[in-house]
Design a protein around this ligand. Sequence first.
Ligand SMILES: CC[C@H](O)CC(=O)C(=O)O
Ligand SMILES: [Mn+2]
Length: 340
Amino acid sequence: MNPPRLTDTTLRDGSHAMKHRFTSEQVRAIVTALDEAGVPVIEVSHGDGLGGSSIQYGFSLEPELDLIAEATRTARRARIAVLLLPGIGTKDLLERAAELGVRVARIATQCTEADISEQHFGIAKKLGLEAVGFLMMAHIRPPEVLVEQAKLMESYGADCVYIVDSAGAMLPPDVKARVSALKEALSIQVGFHAHNNLGAAIGNTLAALEAGADQVDGSLRGLGAGAGNAATEVLAAGLDKLGLNPGLDVFRLMDAAEYVVAPLMPYQPVPDRDSLTIGYAGVYSTFLLHAKHVASRFGLDARDILVELGRRQAVAGQEDWIVDVAVDLVEQEAGQRHAS
Ligand SMILES: CC[C@H](O)CC(=O)C(=O)O
Ligand SMILES: [Mn+2]
């Protein structure tokens, strides 16, 4: 195992948990703390990436380019990264981020849709940015499919491709299989981004390192969507104990989590009933509210709907399946009653 490069995503994945209400002052405090603790890459964007501020995904309290500018002004050593989802973020926004001093573009697609990212990798490379690919919801496809998708990103110019456990649905064997398949097939770096819905974010990240991952993500106190991410300070402590500390100041990160981030968090992300259901079912967290509404209309348990959606491998954008599943479950129940 080698010491990994750590990207902290408190100011991007954490934006989901903050309902996109980070302020410049908070960005300054968090970037200062991470930078002083030796974190080499700090991601700053709306939770849904550049251009995410909208009625659909939730408006940012302050314009995200102002937050990004604050981050690049503040960081002394760390490189600032942004996330971009093709279809949400635009070329113009990426150019403006680069002008503001952003050095890393992380380009995210569903794990079966890497082909929509070619243009975006091209733009990022043209702007002189490091380009990192993010294969989201990677639990829904086997390693060989992810290899094909990662190879597409590599051919578009990616410097690294991440396996992204968006729903926190993986366990260590799932992570190892996927990361080692990419390591074997690619000539570029491989990364892993965890969510904690099954309580396995730290264990999964360590499993990714065992499988050869070069880059991993964390966020202070695990601040992130759903059950949150692997906590940066916990990861740093674990890496240090394994002799894999890439230069992180563990005590400073503990202090940053405790005194800078915890006081501004609206809640501590944990695998509660809802987020555990998401990880257990392996579905996108945005399905939860819709499933709850449909469940109450049909007299069902939302968990049964979500588990069935996971079995059918529904991905974001297929929310219309929720009603189909509910109808099928009601019919199944009626059939069983009739038979008994
Ligand atoms: C909507 C983008 C998403 O939050 C990216 C990510 O961090 C994930 O899929 O886990
Ligand atoms: Mn995430």
